[in-house]
Design a protein around this ligand. Sequence first.
Ligand code: PBG
Length: 342
Amino acid sequence: MTKVEKFKFDRRPRRLRKTLAIRTLVQEIQLDVSDLIMPFFVIDGDGEPEQIESMPGQQRLGISHLQKACEKVFGLGIQAIALFPVLNPSLKDASGSDALNENTLVLRAVKAVRDAVPDLAVITDIALDPYTNHGHDGVLNKEKTDVDNDRTLGILARMAILNAAAGVDLVAPSDMMDGRVAVIRDALDQSEFVNTGILAYSAKFASSYYGPFREAVGSAQSAGTKLLDKQTYQLNPANRREARVETLLDEGEGADILMVKPAGPYLDIIRELRDNTDLPIAAYQVSGEYAQIHAAAKLGWLDFEKTRAESLIAIKRAGSDMIFTYFATEIARYLKSGNEIL
Ligand code: PBG
């Protein structure tokens, strides 16, 4: 037997990786700017933007700076933003009452963005953690041992109505209380906001990757600890089937879009949902995923641009239709100047 015969095989997949042209031709998915949703942190006042230490390049913006940032992102082709208010600690209390203040920061921000960039889709979080002095997503029970699910639901419903009235396109319950999608849908419909959609944080895991976000909005600090335990309502990272149960419940309760969060460490969950629902799927590349890439790149251990691109392509490949990512603006700029992502 000659050498050649010995190694004769009929499939050579490397033929399709030979040149950039061929690789481009057979590339299965593309990351598009219209897949991206840019989250913004908003603060009161017109001071200079505040840098968020553990999220390099991200800032807390006053409303006029936010308007300018939104004009910029829309000009780059981004279709949607998500707004997170950073409240002055003096406004926080045990029941998160500022969430129901008609003039609360995030509602003023929504209206300002609507005025400045009417065609940009605006998404707001429905959860109490930016408003409570304990940092939890709901109000606590009498013993203060857990969130009070059903008392929280009524507050979330009223909060959703206020946000819809301010002009958001999608309310995004991120609280993980049982039954919230049904209650919010019902409240919106009763208040004639039948066209306000619900993007449900359906499979939201109790994750340590939220650390930098909690620093950014001050929810961990208000709890008096860097570690805020949300395990009685957010999902156990070990549970794939439970994620499916949660998600299908949200779909049944009337959610329009289902979300998985975090994204990168939960690609199997994204795929699981993609295979089990026809609704659009959003994935949230969270603050810790962003911080991790920055930190490793800063140490010279990873190539920043390549890792950033790969992290997002993987999230899309897993089956998500849209991605919340703090990289959105810079990726949009990168694509606009003629670069390819991969
Ligand atoms: C609040 C909320 C969190 C995030 C989005 N909405 C944090 C949390 O649940 O404590 C995290 C986003 C991120 O880490 O980027 N309900």
